[in-house]
Write a protein that binds this ligand. Structure first.
Ligand code: MOS
Length: 711
C-alpha cells in the first residue's frame, strides 16, 4: 500500500486484524499479578466485619477480646477510625457514603461494614473478625421491593427522570391496537471472577494503592477527596483486573485499607470474600416496568409510555434508568417515560453492565413483540416501520443508526424469512420450538483522556495511559491503535496501563473506555510521529509527547450517538418439566469500527451469554426477615455455564463512526441489551405464553397456561 499523493509506503492497518491478548500468556501461566498477589514486606491483613442486622444502631463492640487474639494489630470501628470527607463531587458525582466506612454508628442495611480487624496474617484477621461480638439496637426494616410501593419518587440521575410529549391517554384511545403490560426483573449481581482487593501503603509521604478497579483516575480522585490529600500525593495502580462489570469502583475495602495503613504505618491488604461481595460491591436493582404502546393497524406507533421503578438504599440515590431506552428506540406522537426509585433498607445498587438498557430493553422489546403479534405484523417489519429519523425525545439527529441493516443481515443469516409466525405449533419430541428477536442499543460516548507516547533509540515505542483492562482486551486494542498511529507493527509498541501516574484518563465504563483511550493514544502517537519526522536523534531517555483530548472531545457536536444491534434466539421448551433451552443465538451489531475482531467477538458473546443468564437463571432473593440475600454465593446464584451456551454467534456490519478519530463507538455493554427479550419472545413463539417476569424459571413455565401470561 502507498499513499495516493506521495507514493510513500504505508503499513496495512493493525486495527481490524485479530490479535491474541498481549498479556494472555502471563495470565494463563500465573505470571500476571492480580491486586491481592503483589508481594509486600511487613504486610498486614485487614478483614471486614459486616453487620448482621438490616437497620439500627451499633451499641457496643467487644473489641478487647479480639485485640488479645494471636497476631491482631488493631480493630477500626466508628469510635476510633480516621474521619473522612464525604461532601464532595467525585468523578461520577456525589459519592455513595457506603464507601466512607466507620464514620457513625448507624446501620442502614444487612452487610454494612462495622469494623476492620487487622492482623499479621489473613487467617488471624479472619478468625478475629469472625469472633468479634457486636451489640446492636435493632429497628424494623423494609427490604420488600413492590411495583406499587407508596414511597416511590422520580430522580434525575444520569438522565432526567421524566420526559413527555403529547396526550398519552388520547393517543391510546385513538389507537387501533394497544399493549399494556407490566414486566419485572429481579435483583441481579455482577460478581467478577477476581474478588475486590486492595493494598494500601505510605511510601515516603505518598499514598499508594495496589487495587483491582475500573479506573485509576476515578479511584485516586475519590480517595484524595475522602482523605483530604493532594491528588499528586496519591498513586493508584491496577495492572490486571479479573472482571468488573461496573462493580469495581470506590468501595469500602479500599477506604478501610487506607485507614488501617495510615493508623499502623504498615502496608495493609483487604480482600473481600465472595459472600461479602453480595453486600459490598453493588448490584442491579430489581425493576418493575409498565409499558403501554398504542399503534395504528399497520403497526405505526401513536403512543408510547415506559415507566420504570427501581430500588435504592436509604443512604444514596442510584437509579436503574430502564425507561431511558425508549427515548432512543421508538418515536410516537405521545411519548412518555419515567424512572422512579424507592428507598429500602438494602445496599445501594450500582452500575451493572448496560445499566438501564439491560432491564429496559427486556420490557420494551417484549412489548414491541406483543404489539407485532396483535397487529399481525412480523416483529422485524414492525420495528422497521417505526424507525425514527431523529431522537424521539432530544430531537437531535442520529450520528449513525444502522439498526435496520443489523436486522436485515441478522434475518438473512438466522433464516428468519422461513419463520411461521404462529405460536406453539412446532414440536421436536417433547420440546416446543420457537424463535424470537429484539433490538439493541447503547450510548456511544467519549470522555477526555491523556496519554504519552515515547520513542526509544532501538526503534520501539512505549505508550502510557491510565486505562483499565477489565478483561475486555483493552490493552491489546490500544496496542493496535498505537501501532497504526505510529506506523509500526504492534510488536514494536509496548502499552502500559493501570497506573494513575500516567495522567488522568477515562474509566472502563459506559462502553467508553477503549474509545476514549484510543482517541488519546492516536493523538499522542500522531504527534510523536510528526516530531520524529523532523529527523532528530533519539536520546537514550527517548522522546516523549503527551496528548490531551479534552478540547477535541468537547468539540463534538450534539447528536444521538449510539451503537445498535439485532438479537435473534431459538429456544426449546419442555412444557412437562418447564425447562427452557436456548438452541442458538445470533447477534449482529453496528457498533463502530471494530479494533480487534478476536476480543470484540468475545465481548459481544459474553454479553449475549449474560442475556441467556438474565432470561433464564439469574435471580437474587432477599430474605424479608433478615433483610439479607438468600444464598450469597455462586452456588445459589445461578448463572449461565457451558451447558447453557449453545451455538452462539456474534458479528457486525460496517459502521465506522465518522466523528471519532479511530472510528470507534464502543462495544462494552451492547451485547447483553435485547438478548433477554429475544429469548423471552422466542419462548412465547414456542409456547404461546408471554413470560413478563424474569427469570423464566421452570416453575413459571409449568404454572403458565398457554395463551395466558405467567404468574
Ligand atoms: Mo459498566 S456497568 O459502565 O462498568
Amino acid at each position: 500500500m502507498t499513499t495516493a499523493t506521495t507514493g510513500i509506503p504505508v503499513r496495512p492497518a493493525s486495527v481490524g486484524t485479530a490479535h491474541t491478548r498481549i498479556e494472555g500468556r502471563d495470565k494463563v501461566t500465573g505470571a500476571a499479578q492480580y491486586a491481592a498477589e503483589v508481594p509486600f514486606t511487613d504486610l498486614a491483613h485487614g478483614w471486614l466485619v459486616l453487620s448482621t442486622i438490616a437497620r439500627g444502631r451499633i451499641r457496643a463492640l467487644d473489641t478487647d477480646a479480639v485485640l488479645a487474639m494471636p497476631g491482631v494489630l488493631a480493630v477500626l470501628d466508628h469510635r476510633n477510625a480516621p474521619r473522612v470527607e464525604t461532601d464532595y463531587v467525585g468523578f461520577l458525582g456525589k459519592p455513595d457514603p457506603t464507601c466512607a466506612v466507620f464514620q457513625h454508628d448507624r446501620v442502614p442495611h444487612l452487610g454494612w461494614p462495622v469494623a476492620l480487624v487487622v492482623a499479621e496474617t489473613s487467617e488471624q484477621a479472619r478468625e478475629a473478625a469472625e469472633s468479634l461480638v457486636v451489640h446492636y439496637e435493632q429497628e424494623p426494616h423494609d427490604v420488600e421491593f413492590r411495583g406499587d410501593h407508596p414511597d416511590a419518587y422520580p430522580v434525575d440521575a444520569i438522565m432526567p427522570a421524566v420526559t413527555g410529549k403529547g396526550d398519552l391517554e388520547a393517543a391510546l384511545a385513538a389507537s387501533a391496537v394497544v399493549v399494556d403490560a407490566e414486566y419485572t426483573t429481579p435483583e441481579e449481581h455482577h460478581n467478577p471472577m477476581e474478588p475486590h482487593a486492595a493494598t494500601a501503603h505510605w511510601d515516603g509521604g505518598r499514598l499508594e494503592l495496589i487495587d483491582s478497579n475500573q479506573g485509576a483516575t476515578w479511584v485516586l480522585g475519590d480517595l484524595a477527596k475522602l482523605f483530604s490529600l493532594d491528588p499528586a500525593s496519591v498513586r493508584v495502580r491496577s495492572e490486571h483486573v479479573g472482571g468488573g462489570f461496573g462493580s469495581k469502583g470506590v468501595r469500602a475495602h479500599q477506604v478501610a485499607a487506607v485507614m488501617a495503613a495510615t493508623v499502623l504505618q504498615r502496608p495493609v491488604r483487604v480482600v473481600l470474600t465472595r459472600r461479602q461481595m453480595f453486600s459490598l460491591i453493588g448490584y442491579r436493582s430489581p425493576t418493575t416496568q409498565r409499558v403501554r404502546l398504542g399503534a395504528d393497524a399497520d403497526g405505526r406507533l401513536r403512543a408510547l409510555e415506559h415507566r420504570s421503578l427501581s430500588a435504592t438504599s436509604t443512604v444514596h440515590e442510584f437509579v436503574e434508568p430502564s425507561a431511558g431506552v425508549a427515548r432512543v428506540m421508538y418515536d410516537a406522537g405521545a411519548h412518555h417515560t419515567a424512572n422512579r426509585v424507592v428507598r429500602l433498607d438494602v445496599p445501594t445498587p450500582t452500575f451493572m453492565r448496560a445499566p438501564g438498557e439491560a432491564p429496559g430493553s427486556f420490557a420494551l422489546e417484549a412489548a414491541v413483540d406483543e404489539l407485532a403479534e396483535k397487529c399481525g405484523i412480523d416483529p422485524i417489519e414492525l420495528r422497521l416501520r417505526n424507525e425514527p429519523d431523529k431522537g424521539p425525545v432530544s430531537g437531535l439527529p442520529f450520528s449513525g443508526r444502522n439498526l435496520a441493516a443489523c436486522f436485515r443481515e441478522g434475518a438473512r443469516r438466522f433464516g428468519w424469512a422461513d419463520r411461521d409466525p404462529r405460536p406453539a405449533v412446532r414440536r421436536d419430541g417433547r420440546w416446543l420450538l420457537g424463535t424470537g428477536t429484539a433490538a439493541a442499543s447503547f450510548p456511544s460516548g467519549a470522555a477526555p483522556s491523556t496519554a504519552t507516547a515515547t520513542a526509544h533509540p532501538d526503534g520501539t515505542f512505549t505508550v502510557r495511559i491510565s486505562a483499565a483492562d477489565i478483561g475486555t482486551g483493552a490493552r491489546t486494542a490500544l496496542t493496535l491503535v498505537a501501532a497504526d498511529a505510529l506506523q509500526v507493527p504492534p510488536e514494536r509498541v509496548h502499552v502500559r496501563i493501570g497506573d494513575s501516574d500516567f495522567g488522568p484518563a477515562m474509566l472502563a465504563g459506559g462502553s467508553m473506555g477503549t474509545r476514549s483511550w484510543s482517541w488519546a493514544v492516536q493523538a499522542a502517537g500522531g504527534e510523536l510521529l510528526e516530531r520524529l519526522a523532523l529527523g532528530t536523534d533519539i536520546p537514550p531517555e527517548g522522546i516523549t509527547v503527551r496528548s490531551d483530548t479534552a478540547a477535541a472531545v468537547g468539540a463534538l457536536t450534539p447528536a444521538e450517538r449510539h451503537s445498535f444491534g439485532a438479537q435473534f434466539a431459538e429456544v426449546a421448551v419442555d412444557v412437562t418439566t418447564g425447562e427452557v433451552r436456548v438452541r442458538r443465538m445470533l447477534g449482529i451489531f453496528a457498533a463502530g469500527r471494530i479494533v480487534n475482531p478476536l476480543t470484540a467477538r468475545g465481548q459481544f458473546l459474553g454479553g449475549m451469554i449474560w442475556g441467556i443468564s438474565m432470561a433464564l437463571h439469574e435471580e437474587a432473593v432477599r430474605d424479608r426477615a433478615s433483610g439479607g440475600p438468600v444464598g450469597a454465593d455462586l452456588a445459589g446464584y445461578h448463572v449461565a455455564t457451558h451447558a447453557d451456551v449453545p451455538r452462539i454467534e456474534a458479528d457486525w456490519i460496517e459502521d465506522t463512526d465518522p466523528d471519532d478519530p479511530v472510528g470507534i463507538k464502543g462495544i462494552g455493554e451492547i451485547g447483553i441489551v435485547g438478548a433477554a427479550a429475544a429469548i423471552a419472545n422466542a419462548v412465547w413463539h414456542a409456547t404461546g405464553v408471554r413470560h413478563r417476569n424474569l427469570p423464566i424459571r421452570p416453575d413459571r413455565v409449568l404454572s403458565a397456561r398457554a395463551g395466558a401470561p405467567d404468574a
